[in-house]
Design a protein. Sequence first.
Length: 305
Amino acid sequence: MRVSLALSLSARRGCVRILLAFAAATLPSHALGRDQLRVVATSADLKSLVEAVGRQRVEVESLASAEQDPHTFEAKPAQLARVRTAALVVRIGLDHEPWFARLKLPRDLPVLDASKNVRLIQTHTPRLRAERRAHVHAFGNTHYWLDPANARAITADIRDALAKLSPPDAQTFDANRGGFIEHLRRKVDEWQAALAPFRATKLVVMHDSWAYFADAFDMQIVAAAEPQPGVPPSPAELAVLFERMRASGVKILIADPGSNPALVRTISERTGAQAVTLQPSGHDYVRLLDENVSRLAAALRRDAR
């Protein structure tokens, strides 16, 4: 009797183990409490911010790398497969990702639009350049992550979205965000101190992606060289740009890594402005801003000599 009972209990335990193993194999990975939450971000910057909040509880993939043009990016089939099985998608929003609608995501897949609670600029009246063309973005300037103050709202939304997916980790996500925000606050104090001697400096940019960065450090962008991203200005537009730079006393020209080097060189030689290349996107959010501040401060110090 004891032997048969033992066999019965053993058999039942074996069945339970098989059923549990089957359930674990068929559940999506993000539904398992012991596994990481799989998150897909549309940019490297958002990936960095998700990792700052989720840390060891998240596995994050960026669709576009920091080196890719987000306006012309196209997702690869393997990326599409991964994004459709993610627990959460985090996007820049506005009209920064014209390709996003073509992803055709499942209706029940949570999508966090990181632009919803940040401070946006150039939203009500399109910014006009010298040639009277409006800014290419219809809903305001989309490069809002380049203002470190906006990281507070972005990471708060990320925290809330992750906590909704994994309520037992809510306090952990909140603590992670708190530590990141404190670290960022200390860095902002350093950046403000580095650029304080150059407040009210007038700048010209190749592409209108630096409005938030300039505003965060009390600088003024007086013109953008490109009428649209990647579209070179006409000779008449260049003539107007040169005159505006001379009249405003602009000594710094901010270029992006993808800017036309010949055009950058022409503008610099014709106006005497010093060209400095800044990175609009990076794999580490704090390091991105740190390097941009360092490069700009060094260029401004050279100009002041």
